[in-house]
Design a protein. Structure first.
Length: 266
């Protein structure tokens, strides 16, 4: 992971590897600030930050393996991102920063939230706080540096970043990337992959039953698919953009993300 949470004077702040390197420079290890994971709050530590090596990329890492492979999306045992391996993180940090800035524009941020809310099952299924936590996880895995990441693909990709509750709240599920075997597409190509829903308990893929699921069991990485969702959310986008309370909340969470500060749960 590329970011962690630093807690100081009761304020939780997201810190990058470079910022942490500056904090611990010249200090004895016992005086290094403590860090925790942006998702599960378990202790994390730096690896490779103070030793220059071309064979190892510095990162934050959990102190111990998680009890469940998918309990924490940032856990070393997580398999939800495996099929993205060939979608290289080749963009420079500057290019990735510009891409994230474009995403954080109010209109884009709102559209992405509404798409993810729709994918979660509609109204009441995704709070703004939960949505911003998904973006924090995307920051930590370095999602913005992936070679292939057009604007329309960001909301579906964000669905990988969290464990989701079912509508009745009794179970949790998550999405992982699945590669589709097609001979006409070589290498990493969005036509070659999709997102599939899996139960958090056991990690098995969820298949449809007699009753239609409130969330999609398969999410194709398709611009047409995302645009169809946008059409369904146009009314909410127009209505909410005129509601002062929602706009104030939206700006509050956007500001927290822009300032690298993790807001407390309400």
């Amino acid at each position: 992971m590329e970011t962690a949470i630093l807690i100081k004077n009761g304020v939780r702040r997201i810190i990058t590897l470079d910022e942490y390197a500056n904090l611990i420079s010249g200090k004895e290890k016992k005086f290094w600030p403590e860090l925790c994971c942006v998702v599960c709050d378990k202790s994390v530590h730096q690896k490779g930050l103070l030793v220059a090596s071309e064979d190892f990329t510095p990162r934050f890492s959990h102190a111990k393996k998680e009890p469940s492979e998918e309990f924490c999306p940032l856990g070393a045992e997580s398999k939800r991102f495996n099929a993205l391996d060939r979608n290289e993180k080749s963009l420079s940090l500057e290019e990735a920063h510009l891409r994230r800035e474009r995403f954080m524009e109010p209109a884009t941020f709102l559209r992405s939230y509404l798409i993810c809310r729709h994918l979660r099952g509609g109204q009441g299924q995704l709070m703004l706080k939960e949505f911003t936590r998904m973006i924090e996880v995307a920051d930590s895995i370095g999602m913005w540096r992936h070679t292939w990441l057009p604007g329309w693909s960001i909301p579906p990709m964000l669905m990988l970043m969290a464990n989701h509750k079912t509508r009745n709240g009794l179970h949790h599920f998550y999405y992982r990337v699945k590669r589709i075997h097609r001979t006409k597409h070589a290498g990493w190509d969005p036509a070659n992959v999709c997102l599939i829903a899996c139960w958090l308990n056991g990690g098995t893929q969820i298949f449809g039953g007699k009753k239609k699921s409130s969330f999609p069991l398969t999410i194709p990485l398709s611009e047409i698919y995302v645009n169809e969702i946008l059409k369904l959310t146009e009314h909410d986008a127009t209505t909410w953009a005129q509601e002062g309370r929602f706009i104030r909340s939206l700006e509050r969470y956007r500001t927290g993300l822009l300032n690298n500060q993790q807001l407390q749960d309400e």
